[in-house]
Write a protein that binds this ligand. Sequence first.
Ligand code: ARG
Length: 459
Amino acid sequence: MWGGRFAEGPAAVMREINASIPFDKRLWQQDIAGSKAHVAMLAVKGIVTGEDAQAITEGLSRVAEEYEQHGVPVNMELEDIHMVTESRLAELIGPAAGRLHTARSRNDQVATDFRLWVRDAMDEVDAALKALQQALIARAEEHAASVMPGFTHLQSAQPVTLGHHLMAYYEMLRRDRSRFADARARMNQCPLGSAALAGTGFPIDRHMTAQALGFDGPTGNSLDSVSDRDFALDYLMSATQLSLHLSRLAEEFIIWASQPFGFVSLPDAYSTGSSIMPQKRNPDAAELVRGHAGRIMGCMNALAVTMKGLPLAYSKDMQDDKPPVFEAHDLLGLCIAAMTGMVEKVDFRTERMRALAMSGFSTATDLADWLVREGDVPFREAHHITGRVVKLAEERGVQLADLPLADLQAIDARITESLYDVLTVDASVASRMSHGGTAPEQVRARIAEARKALAGEGA
Ligand code: ARG
């Protein structure tokens, strides 16, 4: 394409290091759409004839059909998707194909294509996350009153409800979706028409192409437009944050599935056996979701380091923007789908959870709170008294509720029979009625809000 200036062809290794077609062929749909919008505008502005524009548009449709049916041919000599498409177009329609690249450069072309691709990727992630949220809500509703141990430091702390625990992940995903939505709104401006770096002398209409491609309008500075990859980094940073959340849920499933916990039985469909230990069922899918967070973060890091310190405007370094985004997006799709399947199908062992929720003196705080409420004891003193009760129960190897009243009154005379009412795990969770608390009533209220929010989003 630049043969006029060059006496010698490229070295074999130059071809190889230079070519992006092996990966940027994934942009073919966006590339065709961008070219069609561009040539339609060129015709309206009288920059190419209506006849040429029609030939080009029809030719592009034929190229698209070929790609659809046979895939994009990987021709390293033609370097990238833009040139592969243009050269095929020339084969199909002849010299008129050469007019398509008027008032355009591959720099604004690739910036446009990649934005369109990332925008679709964001929409895909959003839809998948919504499905995962719905799965979480359904299971949370089922278990709004199922009691389990709540942990801090992974030590039994206070009883909580399983529904509450699952809804915590709904909240994380809500923030993730809002992060992607922010990024999408910010990136939705069209760089097409910025040309190589300086804009163009042809009387183009950038508003027209922006609109045709579903952008809110054209970008404001041609130098920035061809060298901005913030949208890809925004995607990767949002993906990183999301993958951290998914890895935490995956880790919970891994811990919960281990025999000492026995809180869940993971679905067969998401587990594997061992080739040597016949009894084993390993949580491989969850482990890979946990692990893939590392790779997704690596992709984010790769592009951040590629972009660091690049002067304006386009540099070929930027060609390396695509592989990490594609890789992260593929991994993310797998991770979200695997977690959705596991959430939908996991078997919660609620009896086991309940049994462990009672252990570890998990209602000690309820005892202290009772002393504050019923005995008007300052909380710090109540904490101290409760400590002595816990010590006694520990020495005897019994639960708090198993200690006789006389022994409790020997520790503090203000204790009465009604204390026993607050020592059960059900009473404990039911009492946590503060906004966002673990009481089944609060959990159900939040589920209702969540359902309403999702329904309000439409399809
Ligand atoms: N394949 C290139 C990329 O992905 C397209 C832009 C090339 N521009 C250029 N001036 N060589 O970045």
